[in-house]
Design a protein around this ligand. Structure first.
Ligand SMILES: C[S@@+](CC[C@H](N)C(=O)[O-])C[C@H]1O[C@@H](n2cnc3c(N)ncnc32)[C@H](O)[C@@H]1O
Length: 226
């Protein structure tokens, strides 16, 4: 094996270390690219007066699946800080109605056809259930649990939120209604998908381009409540 007189490294080691450098540079470029993409959407949301970049996910879903129509009555679970509420209210138009529920209050000003309530999907008291009512055309759930960093715990919490949203969709949607639900892939996803199939005429799994590349989230879209 040839040894470089200046560096003292063997030829093989030199190739290896330059290979390592190259792949580290590539990883850095990819991470930087992702970061710029995320920043670009955050900036775009700010300029377009949405409080969160998550609005672009719903826009992509709407473009592909047309879940909200003019005049739709929409219920949005996990609605804070309010981007989906704003976009759904705009899409449903002045004859539409959008209600949202979140553990946190929504601080932005909402249009007259949208209202946000503070509440927990696991603990919908009678008063909240009465004001929220039923007979919705669309139910959205972008709810995300407080994460612990433990994959199994986080997946289980996400599935529990999705099960609660699916139960609400089954109780509150009109026949023919649509449902969009965020879920973290893994764990009990197949089981959840089967429950979903029983309630909707068709369903699709979709990962919007605007999801952070590092995120495990996907959206399951059910059309035509049976
Ligand atoms: C990713 S954010 C939603 C962003 C929202 N779609 C938007 O565009 O502004 C997820 C939300 O889920 C809410 N959430 C989590 N657990 C909930 C629960 N048990 N009941 C209601 N909302 C919940 C959180 O408080 C958080 O605001």
């Amino acid at each position: 094996m040839k040894r470089n007189r200046k560096t003292g490294k063997t030829q093989d080691k030199k190739n290896q270390s330059s290979g390592n450098k190259k792949s580290a540079n590539k990883v850095n470029r990819v991470v930087k690219g992702r970061q710029q993409w995320a920043d670009h959407l955050t900036e775009k949301a700010k300029q377009e007066n949405y409080p969160a970049r998550s609005v672009y996910k719903l826009m992509e879903i709407q473009k592909k699946f047309t879940i909200i129509q003019k005049g739709s009555r929409v219920l949005d679970f996990g609605c804070a800080p309010g981007s989906w509420l704003l976009y759904a209210a705009k899409t449903a138009g002045e004859n539409g109605r959008v209600n949202g529920i979140d553990l946190k209050s929504v601080e932005i000003e909402l249009p007259s056809n949208a209202t946000a309530f503070v509440g927990d999907i696991f603990d919908m008291n009678e008063e909240l259930a009465a004001v929220v009512g039923k007979g919705y055309d669309v139910i959205l759930s972008d709810m995300a649990p407080a994460t612990t960093g433990r994959k199994d715990v986080d997946e289980a919490r996400s599935i529990a939120l999705c099960q609660a949203a699916l139960k609400a969709a089954s109780d509150l949607l009109e026949t023919g209604g649509n449902f969009v639900c965020k879920i973290f892939q893994g764990g009990d996803f197949k089981h959840f998908e089967n429950d979903f199939k029983a309630i909707f005429s068709s369903h699709s799994i979709f990962r919007p381009e605007s999801c952070r590349k590092s995120s495990k989230e996907i959206y399951i879209i059910g059309k035509g409540r049976k």
